[in-house]
Design a protein. Structure first.
Ligand code: 16G
Ligand code: ZN
Length: 534
């Protein structure tokens, strides 16, 4: 058979004996075994677009915080959401088809089963991060897309959230929900202008040092800065670790994952006590803040802290605008959220907290059910989403006095400043700066809102992680039998204890988290639970 699809697939044969899975963040592994997967992903993207009558679908080539030799790919739905679960399963099946005929047959089977018109237009947007393997893998996707007759827009290098933004803009262009201009300039103009309006002439105290993980976020931030108000009037940003000429330095001893995992600043950091810093990850969809306190001790302000800061600020603005009776704010966290953060939101901010399994899509779905849903993972992935009703209300509301008008205008600017298609490190970073400027806070005031419970995260290597099954948003194990009872017994022995074990979705390991009233108790609890898991 000489269908173009068969030819494209045969050009990129699958390595023998490997099994691929579309996981929490798409396909992700060593870059040199991904060619065949990328070509097949191109076919799935074309089908997905056809199934939606030619809506734009996104393909992002990135492995986020993974080492430089890895790469990966994920698909983006028309409004910038993560791929639907049913299509994740189809993608996995497609990626594991070995030869051209099998792929071609499966392509046609999907079309038949889902009643997809193969003559419908297929439109796909592609972009990649700065990894050395990106150009080659882009070629593999292109081969798949071309063979399926898709129209392709290649944006070159983008951060993951920029790609999500483009997809949403392209699909809403000319409608009442138009999200923005689908160009890089459009992205910078939108977020730059919103930052200026949201600041309301307030100036963040001191500068902000941004560690870009030597990834694509570096050059994009440098570009964004050109669209922000001049530094003398607003924010002075110092860009560090933005070396994308040396792709082997990506995520090495820097970036959000390094900082969060090691609980320390990048070794190259030269900032002084009290200086505000933040780190992006390799594709700029995660951000964590940190600083050295007056005793030179490293202090982390992670995703939990961003969520509490933003929720408290938006809550204030909604109240000041006179909308508190009709608009309810909620916070969505995972089991990794520090117990003190959860308590602060529930008892101090008096807001509802939902807990979901790990992975952005779970938090996003839960947040979509709220009027204003603030969702962040402790690791710095997250954003805020506003329901259509809430957006309408905020757009239509007539303020009754100047105070309400002021709050309303801040709220509207925040809506523009927040990338609602997905968590965006650059947009989240500007949002945090806006809140700190309004509150006239430095990092120490932000840290002082509550005290984290000491905690410990361990990675445990086991024979078979698939036997670890959880319920209650991963907070309890249902299998292996009896294990949860043993964990409960250990937890009950320490003060303010909490612990859970879950199979990682990205590594062959089980993760154990424990927190308690003191560092010694938290560490001891984590060790004991890890022993039980082994
Ligand atoms: C992926 C997820 C991230 C999650 C992490 C957990 C997305 C875009 N990324 O990186 O949200 O925190 O996996 O990893 O959903 P783990 O399952 O290995 O603990
Ligand atoms: Zn990332």
């Amino acid at each position: 058979m000489s269908d173009p699809i068969v030819e494209a697939v045969q050009k990129h044969p699958a390595p023998e004996g490997l099994q691929y899975t579309y996981g929490t963040a798409g396909f992700r592994t060593k870059a040199d075994v991904l060619d065949s997967v990328l070509t097949r992903v191109g076919l799935v993207a074309a089908l997905r677009s056809r199934s939606l009558k030619g809506k734009w679908i996104g393909v992002m080539i990135t492995a986020s915080h993974n080492p430089p030799e890895d790469n990966g790919v994920k698909l983006v739905e028309p409004l910038g959401n993560m791929l639907q679960e049913e299509w994740e399963v189809l993608s996995t099946e497609m990626a594991n088809k070995a030869n051209g005929e099998d792929v071609f047959k499966f392509y046609q089977d999907i079309a038949a089963k889902h009643k997809i018109d193969l003559k419908a237009p297929a439109r796909v947007v592609v972009a990649r991060d700065t990894r050395a393997s990106g150009a080659r893998l882009l070629g593999c996707v292109q081969d798949g897309l071309k063979s399926a007759g898709a129209e392709v827009k290649d944006y070159g290098f983008l951060t993951t959230p920029q790609l999500h933004y483009m997809v949403r803009c392209l699909n809403t262009e000319g409608t009442k929900d138009a999200y923005g201009t689908p160009t890089e300039k459009g992205y910078y103009e939108k977020f730059g202008a919103a930052f200026k309006t949201a600041l309301k002439g307030k100036k963040p105290s001191g500068g902000l040092t941004v560690d870009c993980a030597n990834g694509v976020g570096g050059p994009k931030l440098v570009e964004l800065i050109k669209y922000l108000p001049p530094k003398d009037d607003a924010l002075e940003i110092h860009v560090v670790n933005d070396n994308v000429i040396k792709p082997e330095s990506l995520n090495v001893d820097c970036g959000a994952d390094f900082v969060k995992t090691n609980q320390r600043a990048p070794p190259s950091s030269k900032t002084g006590a009290g200086d505000r810093c933040c780190s992006l990850d390799g594709d700029a969809d995660r951000v964590v803040f940190y600083f050295k306190d007056s005793s030179n001790v490293f202090r982390l302000l992670d995703g939990d802290r961003i969520a509490t800061l933003v929720a408290s600020f938006l809550g204030d603005q909604v109240r000041l605008a006179g909308l508190a009776d009709t608009i309810k704010i909620g916070v969505v966290q995972t089991a990794y959220a520090n117990g003190a953060a959860t308590q602060y939101v529930e008892q101090h901010l008096k807001l509802k907290v939902d807990c979901t399994p790990t992975g952005v899509k779970h938090l996003h779905h839960a947040a979509e059910k709220l009027d204003i849903g603030v969702y962040f993972e402790a690791n710095g992935h997250g954003t805020v989403i506003f329901s259509t009703d809430t957006l309408d209300q905020i757009a239509r509301y007539e303020p009754k006095n100047p105070g309400q008008a002021e709050a309303l205008s801040v709220l509207r600017a925040c809506i523009d400043l927040i990338n609602q298609s997905v968590g965006d490190a650059l947009s989240d970073m500007l949002l945090v700066e806006v809140v700190l400027a309004h509150k006239n806070w430095g990092p120490q005031e932000w840290l002082s809102t509550y005290t984290d419970l000491p905690n410990r995260l361990l990675k445990v290597l086991v024979n078979d992680r698939t036997i670890f099954k959880t319920t209650d948003a991963e907070r309890k194990l249902t299998s292996p039998e009896g294990l949860q009872k043993q964990i409960d017994a250990e937890v009950s022995k320490v003060r303010q204890g909490r612990s859970f074990a879950r199979a990682s979705g990205t590594e062959d390991a089980v993760r154990v988290y424990a927190e308690a009233a003191t560092k010694a108790e938290a560490e001891d609890l984590a060790r004991k639970v890890a022993e039980l898991v082994k």
